[in-house]
Design a protein around this ligand. Structure first.
Ligand SMILES: [Zn+2]
Length: 216
């Protein structure tokens, strides 16, 4: 493995472990991937607890052919979903979890109401992808449809959520923000009242401000 692959694999394993530590998944559900160069997708294997993954357990898939070109462990069953996202968007990292608040919201609405301005960081109101059996091309299609118009995250009905980014850190952070926003919406609606939501103009203003946010 080249240094870039080794580093990216280490980042993928770290992110996968964080999903467990942060309570976004239980056991080995959920999966993480990242792109190296233009066509090598490093992705977590199926059925191996993340704390047991080491430097030699890399799983690499050629994006063009879909064939495994690194490692011997079998890739996650959601590989078609990861490959479809890389083929259909500009993402370079993908995080898929079964975070509890996000999964709960996925059973209630077709779109998460814009209860917070972080909605803008996700490209606009977060849609819920139609249900399809896990690991199928139908699920990948439904997710890509829900991600249209530049969304960087969506919920998967009766399943979980997915978030994307140009880096693994950004994809992970978006997933964590989405889980937090789902929690906020559930808290607000649990009062029995209907939460106020932000208008498209208010979200656009927040999106504009994000552009200059952070350290120079
Ligand atoms: Zn899943």
């Amino acid at each position: 493995m080249h240094d870039a692959e080794q580093q990216t694999w280490s980042d993928v394993v770290d992110a996968a472990r964080r999903t467990v530590a942060d309570g976004l998944v239980v056991g080995t559900s959920g999966n993480v991937s990242a792109l190296v160069g233009d066509d090598l997708v490093l992705v977590t294997p199926t059925g191996v607890p993340y704390h047991r993954l080491g430097p030699d357990d890399v799983v690499g898939i050629d994006l063009g052919t879909g064939r495994q070109v690194r490692g011997t462990l079998r890739p996650t069953s959601e590989l078609p979903l990861h490959l479809a996202v890389y083929r259909g968007t500009s993402a370079r990292a993908v995080v898929h979890t079964h975070a509890p608040h996000a999964t709960a919201v996925s059973t209630l609405v077709a779109e998460l109401p814009a209860v917070h301005y972080m909605t803008a960081e996700l490209g606009g109101p977060v849609r819920v992808a139609d249900y399809a059996l896990y690991g199928t091309p139908e699920l990948a299609d439904a997710v890509l449809h829900a991600l249209r118009d530049g969304r960087s995250a969506c919920l998967l009905r009766n399943h979980g959520m997915i978030s994307l980014g140009d880096t693994l850190e950004r994809a992970y952070d978006r997933g964590a923000q989405l889980e937090w926003m789902c929690r906020v919406w559930l808290l607000a609606t649990s009062t029995g009242s209907t939460p106020a939501t932000l208008s498209a103009a208010e979200l656009a203003a927040a999106a504009g401000k994000f552009t200059g946010y952070g350290q120079p």
